[in-house]
Write a protein that binds this ligand. Structure first.
Ligand code: ZN
Length: 271
């Protein structure tokens, strides 16, 4: 895939996003330069009494989330406005990865899982805890790729959201499946998984990654230093990272993403 095509892909995405300026404030909050190309980083905001933070596109080859947000923004904004929930959306965190359809950015850096570190009892700091692994403390990680630093510094200037949803895809499993990473009480997520199952089978009690297994609802509690983990530690009551596999037909991924996006708007409004 040539560079010209890659450039036009994010330019096309930007154009689609900016087409919604009548329903939301869409601003360039930062820019990153990757392989000599300057990519604007967009932040979409709407007003409201409660606030939902939405992120998508940490992994460039997981395109469904960024596309759902660009294609369905007006209906999401309407759903949120009716519940007095403001949205803060970072719709495509890793634009050079999105443009080239690569997991990492054009410098081959991984923008995900770089928000927290954990200190183990032996004094070693790690970026992911084994299930149930004890730790002494956690700390905000200040390093990471430029995309992560730009997002984190923008988020730190803003009030803590009432809920946060991060849209991902799983490029490894070969079937159409969905599951989610979440913490704490599972009850709020049960109806979202049930509604999703009408569109995509939920990966129940199954291995989805090395040593990572979903529970009987299709949920995983993994302290992996991701934005979801960070915001959970920061006291945001509802945080989740949603997955559909990249083998899932795009329209079905959109439906699952929309179920969770609307559901998280509702959770934020009920606080
Ligand atoms: Zn991902």
């Amino acid at each position: 895939m040539g560079n010209h095509h890659s450039l036009s892909k994010y330019a096309d995405y930007t154009a689609a996003l900016l087409g919604h300026q009548s329903v939301a404030t869409i601003e360039r909050h930062a820019e990153v330069t990757e392989a000599g190309v300057v990519y604007p980083l967009w932040r979409v905001t709407t007003p409201g009494r409660r606030r939902l933070l939405i992120t998508a596109g940490f992994h460039g080859n997981e395109t469904a989330g960024p596309l759902t947000l660009a294609q369905h923004l007006p209906e999401l904004v309407a759903h949120a406005r009716a519940r007095d929930v403001g949205l803060t959306i970072y719709p495509c965190v890793n634009p050079s990865g999105f443009a080239a359809h690569t997991r990492y950015n054009a410098s081959d850096e991984a923008p995900n899982n770089d928000f927290l570190r954990y200190e183990l009892r032996n004094g070693v700091w790690v970026d992911v805890l084994e299930p149930g692994q004890p730790f002494v403390r956690h700390a905000l990680f200040r390093g990471g790729p430029k995309e992560t630093i730009a997002l984190r510094s923008d988020l730190e200037r803003q009030p803590r959201p009432d809920a946060a949803l991060d849209l991902h895809q799983d490029p490894y499993l070969l079937q159409a499946l969905t599951y989610a990473y979440a913490f704490g009480d599972r009850a709020p997520f049960r109806p979202l998984l049930a509604a999703s199952a009408a569109h995509v089978p939920v990966a129940l009690s199954s291995i989805v990654d090395d040593g990572v297994r979903t529970d009987d609802l299709g949920l995983i509690a993994l302290h992996d230093g991701s934005i979801t983990d960070w915001l959970h530690r920061a006291g945001v009551p509802y945080t989740a990272a949603l997955e559909t596999t990249t083998a899932t037909p795009l329209p079905a991924s959109h439906q699952v993403n929309l179920i969770w996006l609307r559901g998280f708007i509702d959770l934020a409004s009920a606080r």
